[in-house]
Write a protein that binds this ligand. Structure first.
Ligand code: G3H
Ligand code: ZN
Length: 294
């Protein structure tokens, strides 16, 4: 059934575990994420990024409605979340589309402007009953994932000190903006195709001690299983995963087409691609749950 992101994160944080939040681009992503969650009987967040909406010609509803219907019919609790939203217009479409939460991303702006933009987004979101996440410090690599790869901003090096979230600044940011959760930059980077990110667990400890809101890890596809487990034990309550699904999808399709060059029916290769995504989603949810199952 459909639930809210706030409910899932609150429950995860209380159980010292994390909820997986998967980025979906196509209907097959939606089907795979829910199937993967059902296969391990775990709740899940289905999230649609602003870039994914751009891919669908700026229209949230076709994919959003499919996700809403799939969530309502799922045998596990599923919440819908809008991810990396920079457009106020898109932010305002969330409630009508059935999304219970948004990640409002003004992290590209200098601190004062990030705070001011986030604070007004929080005011609006809370008046609608939405749960809202923001980012402080920059999790690099987002620009590489943009459709059309434009905008000329080089992705930040995930290991550069400037990419980290400062605990004192984070405490002030959370208090002054009123956000419900904070995405922190602790060494992960978006759109990594190798799982080689090393997280700064000492910084995570300091952030957990400094903040009383749940923390969110972005760019989790590049984070190895053990690092993910340690991050969850260290206080990460929502783990965002996108690229891992796309690696599974594209890899399975590439292999299928190479073995069957005569195939033209997309159902043939999308079936294997979707199954690979479902398997990946189920496996990663299992990694995040290991802590509380143990
Ligand atoms: O907000 C989305 C996530 O941070 C996904 O990052 O594609 O590197 O897993 P990823
Ligand atoms: Zn992200």
């Amino acid at each position: 059934p459909l639930t809210t992101t706030g409910e899932l994160i609150t429950r995860a944080a209380a159980a010292h575990t994390a909820v997986a939040a998967f980025n979906v681009i196509t209907l097959e992503h939606v089907e795979a994420v829910i199937k993967g969650a059902e296969s391990v009987d775990a709740p899940v967040v289905v999230q649609v990024s602003e870039n994914a909406v751009k891919f669908h010609d700026g229209d949230l509803l076709p994919l959003g409605r499919a996700a809403l219907t799939a969530a309502e019919r799922a045998t596990v609790p599923v919440a819908l979340h809008l991810d990396h939203i920079q457009s106020d217009d898109l932010l305002r479409r969330a409630p009508d589309a059935g999304f219970s939460s948004v990640m409002y991303d003004a992290s590209r702006l200098p601190y004062a402007e990030n705070l001011a933009a986030t604070r007004s987004a929080v005011e609006w979101a809370h008046a609608q009953g939405l749960w809202i996440e923001a980012e402080l410090g920059r999790v690099g690599g987002k620009d590489a994932a943009q459709v059309g790869g434009k905008n000329g901003v080089p992705p930040l090096d995930a290991h550069a000190p400037g990419a980290r979230t400062d605990p004192d600044e984070a405490r002030a940011f959370v208090a002054d903006s009123g956000v419900d959760a904070l995405a922190v930059a602790i060494g992960s980077s978006h759109a990594m195709t190798t799982r080689t990110a090393a997280l700064d667990h000492t910084l995570l400890k300091r952030l957990t001690a400094a903040l009383d809101v749940p923390l969110v890890l972005h760019g989790s596809s590049g984070v190895p299983d053990d690092e993910l487990r340690t991050a969850v034990a260290g206080g990460i309550a929502k783990v965002n995963i996108g690229t891992a699904l796309n690696i599974a999808l594209t890899g399975a399709i590439r292999e299928h087409l190479a073995a069957h060059p005569e195939v033209v029916d997309p159902r043939k290769y999308l079936t294997v691609g979707r199954a690979a995504m479902a398997e990946t989603a189920g496996r990663l949810i299992g990694v995040l749950r290991a802590e509380c199952d143990a």
